[in-house]
Structures are given as C-alpha cells and as structure tokens.
Design a binder for this molecule. Sequence first.
Ligand code: SF4
Ligand code: SF4
Length: 300
Amino acid sequence: MEGTVFNIQRYSIDDGPGIRTTVFLKGCPLRCPWCSNPESQSFAPQLSYRYTSCLKCGACAAACPNGAIELLSDGLSIDREKCSACGTCVKACVNGALELKGSVMTVEQVWKVIRRDLVYYETSGGGVTCSGGEILSQPDFVAAIFEKCRGEGVHTCADTSGFGSREALDKILKYTDLVYFDLKHPDPKRHAELLGADATTVRSNLRYISEKGVALTLRVPLIPEYNNSAEDVDALARLARELAPGAAVSILPYHRYGESKYAAVGMKYALGALRENTEAELERAAAAFERCGFNCEVSR
Ligand code: SF4
Ligand code: SF4
C-alpha cells in the first residue's frame, strides 16, 4: 500500500490531543483561498524553490535534463511546464534551496517514522493525525496507516474537509478515534464558489460522522471578508448545531503563515493584504457557537 505524502511532522501539538506525528498527504480537490499549505493542493510532486537560500551559483540549471531552470540576476526562473519533478536539481543544489514537495511512501515507511515517538504518544496522550491535502482522496492509504496504529495501540485522528465519497469516509472511520472536520462557510452557493466544492457532500458527511458517535471537533477557519461577519458566524453556529450538536468547536484565526510557500511552488497568494481578525471578531464567533450549546475554544 502506497500513498503520496508531502510532509511528516513530528512533535506536533496542534493536530489533536497530546504530542502527535502528523502525516500530510498530497492532493486536495478544494481550493480554499486562505489555504496555508499550497504545496498540498496538487496531487503530483512539485519543485519548491526558496529564494532566500539561493547562492545563484547556477548548478541546478546546469544539471536539469529538461532545461527547466534559467539563472537570472535576481534568482531562478523555473519553467514548471518543462519540469518533470525528477529531483536532479535538488541533488545538485549545495545550499538546500530546492526541495521536492511530495513523494510516494509505503505504509511501512510511514510507520517507521511514527514508531520513533511511541513513548511520547504514551506519556502525553497523543498519537497520529493524517491531514492534507484531503485525506478522503487517499482513503486506502490512510485506512492502512490507521489500522497499523490501532494495532499498536496508537490514537488516530482524521483531519478532513469532508469532501469525498461515503465509501472513502467509511474506510477511514473504521480505524479513527477522533475526527477534525472543517466547517468553512454557511451558504452553499458561496461554499461552491469559494472552495470549488459542493456543500451538500460535506454536510451529509458531517451529519453521518456525528450520528455514528465518533469523537468530533469542528474546526472553523475565521477569514475576514469571507465568513467573519456576525451574520456568517451565527449561520455557521446554527448549521453546526443542526449537523453535529455533540461536537467540540475550535475557531482558527486567519493568519498568513503560508504566504511565502505560494511563491516557492510557483503559485500566487490570492488574499493579498487581507487583514487579520480582531479580538472582538474572535470573541463574537466563539460566543455565537456557545449560544448554540457548543464548548468553543479559539486556537492561538
Ligand atoms: S526537478 Fe528535474 S526537471 Fe524539474 S527543474 Fe529540477 S532537474 Fe529540472
Ligand atoms: S543550485 Fe541551489 S544555490 Fe545554486 S542557483 Fe540553484 S537553487 Fe540556487
């Protein structure tokens, strides 16, 4: 069993209870404009270029078999149409400015990383989280990782947007202890326009998980100008109450931490100079969910 992974993060403390290892899968059918992992969106491996580490030596351009790299006075120009993600330039670079985002791994290879931290999971109440990208796009791989974890007594958390087939969801839920589920927009039309994904599928999957009684935390990215108004947060809280009344809720304030990663993989950050949330907006959102009966925290 193999899957495409773009990062395995050890000692993670934001992706579930305790100290965790988070396996980030490559590939997502959604296009959230505020995505902080743009390198997760494409299903294929991608070349990432960090300008600040580049010595402008030209070794990568000389090594590339496809002529995809040109050395300019202010850094590299990478022709991503020509790039086949072969990794030759990554090996040629002496300063770590180039990296391939995404590689095919077996479950055993992933488990070898996971098992290094078994003692931390035990002492902290942690475990393993699969995130993305969208885990429902690689359900057999995630299910196999979680099955292995379950067999070894390691807690499992599935972090999902909920956009995927019921069959995929069932495969993963079979071995899942906790679901982190993104609740992004209350209006189905805006949901489809903004994210490129049908809200009906997402909502139906959320209700299904809730009714199955799997432990569930709703994660609400609060994005100024997108879902941050009093009207939107009230509607989101009512929607959460209708679909998953027993869930915990975590508000995720907007941040720009992923912005520099866009340029590195040749993408444009769509939100430009969007401001961060005010404290009053965060408190207003938390209060909206608490009025609907939820235990709500604001993630910092
Ligand atoms: S990954 Fe391969 S094809 Fe792409 S720029 Fe580097 S050497 Fe060229
Ligand atoms: S080999 Fe590395 S340091 Fe040299 S030009 Fe290419 S990216 Fe920059």
